[in-house]
Design a protein around this ligand. Structure first.
Ligand code: ATP
Ligand code: MG
Length: 420
């Protein structure tokens, strides 16, 4: 077994070697880095953004690491808020964007106890060793345009390899969310995890139940938005994580409904990756997973007794099924749950269980109707027989929007200023 001590040798890569074009870096991130440096601190881009730039992907966000303490960061930027208890860091606002600026930390890589609090400050070398994977442990110094690599992340990235910083058995026990992250990077970038990590993954799967459900749910939802939701769910399934984290849902992945779920998510992934569309909202993504199961259940209820399949029942069932599938471990937030229920139940306005002779497009005054319609579009993309009905609803919805008085929410504009 490999030793738990992490051997550090620093390697610096010049621009001509790593080939990252500084013009591809968000100018606001550069402003933050320059400002910290102007105040005498060390500051680098770190983590996902460096990895993405190195592997030729467009970064989703930019994390910055510095030797300035949170209070010192706050003093440098007027638009800065300190957040987080387990992991204290600064959020710096630039226009509508928020950048996470964290202080170099020290992490113990030899103790496998679950990390409850990660707020011990350290040097830049120490900061790297507490990060999860070598490709995520790179610093980018925009001043000299160099990559500072303490862990061999550049070489691993070039070889398409995903390697843990330190011993995976220890690192996964310290923070089991790292296992979910491993499956996420494998799905998103096609990185190959090394043998020892795969062994640790199988051995320590159930440790994820010790982690905060909020953090796990966040990683899952982020992956649904990533354009790689299908390979990610397949990874979860293949490595037994679906069974561990979402046992009520895992069962349906053993049935033909699995294909229907994957068809909907494949369509979402395609629109994000091929058409460059923005990721749908989270309730719609959750609806992709729940809908085939819900639809089957509603069909059964209708066949047993058509009168029982009324709108109230549809809402009830949507609520029951969605909360059941995401329970008992993860539990989605009330807001996502409520919106998902609306999206699901509204599908029966578009395609009622009881076939009507003529289509009546009556637009309900619910706030999530546009989301329900977007979900219907997804269904119509997969089932061309629904396209005409979809187009008709869109036509009436556009008309409705033009004629309808603004809803209560929209009318709560700012109070006019009083003039003297
Ligand atoms: P994404 O593109 O999904 O944002 P990311 O790697 O940037 O991926 P973040 O959650 O933004 O993920 O984290 C930023 C960086 O913080 C990571 O690249 C990694 O260096 C470090 N990090 C995040 N989570 C962990 C963890 N659980 N354990 C160790 N290091 C972590
Ligand atoms: Mg990130």
């Amino acid at each position: 077994m490999q030793t738990n001590k992490i051997i550090m040798t620093v390697k610096k890569y010049l621009q001509k070697e790593h080939k990252i074009d500084i013009n591809d870096v968000d100018p606001d991130a550069l402003v933050i880095l320059d400002k910290l440096r102007a105040h005498g601190y060390t500051a680098y881009l770190v983590g996902g953004s460096v990895r993405d730039l190195l592997l030729n992907y467009t970064p989703k966000d930019y994390d910055i690491s510095t030797n300035a303490l949170p209070e010192q960061i706050k003093r440098v930027f007027s638009n800065c808020f300190l957040v987080g208890k387990r992991f204290r860091l600064a959020h710096v606002r630039m226009g509508h964007k928020t950048f996470e600026v964290s202080t170099f930390r020290n992490g113990d890589n030899e103790d496998d106890a679950l990390i409850q609090n990660d707020n011990e400050w350290g040097s830049e070398e120490q900061d790297v060793t507490r990060r999860d994977f070598t490709v995520n442990g790179l610093f980018y110094d925009n001043d000299s345009q160099t990559i500072i690599d303490y862990v061999g992340g550049v070489e691993d990235g070039r070889k398409n390899m995903l390697r843990c910083i330190g011993n995976p058995y220890i690192r996964f026990k310290q923070d089991p969310v790292r296992m979910i992250r491993l499956l996420k990077f494998k799905a998103r970038f096609g990185l190959d995890p090394d043998e020892q990590m795969i062994e640790a993954l199988f051995a320590l799967r159930t440790e994820t139940l010790k982690s905060s459900p909020i953090r796990i749910l966040e990683e899952l939802l982020r992956m649904l938005e990533s354009g790689s939701s299908v390979p990610f769910l397949k990874n979860l399934q293949h490595h037994g994580f679906l069974e561990t984290l979402l046992p009520n849902l895992a069962h349906f992945f053993e049935t033909p409904l699995e294909n229907e779920i994957y068809d909907l998510l494949t369509e979402v992934d395609r629109s994000i990756l091929v058409e460059n569309a923005r990721a749908p909202k989270r309730p719609l993504l959750v609806a992709c997973i729940v809908y085939p199961i819900y639809r089957k259940r509603m069909q059964e209820i209708y066949e047993a007794s058509p009168r029982k399949a009324h709108l109230g029942k549809m809402q009830d069932e949507a609520f029951k099924i969605t909360s059941h599938l995401f329970g008992p471990t993860l539990r989605i937030t009330k807001k996502i749950l409520a919106e998902t229920v609306n999206i699901l139940a509204t599908q029966y306005r578009f395609t009622p269980l009881q076939k009507k002779k003529a289509l009546v497009c009556k637009i309900p005054r619910t706030r999530d109707f546009d989301q329900a319609l977007k979900f219907f579009k997804l269904r119509a993309d997969l089932e061309p027989g629904l396209t005409d009905i979809y187009n008709e609803w869109v036509y009436y919805y556009e008309k409705f929007k033009k004629s309808a008085p603004p809803t209560k929410r929209a009318t709560t504009t700012r109070r006019p200023r009083r003039h003297r």
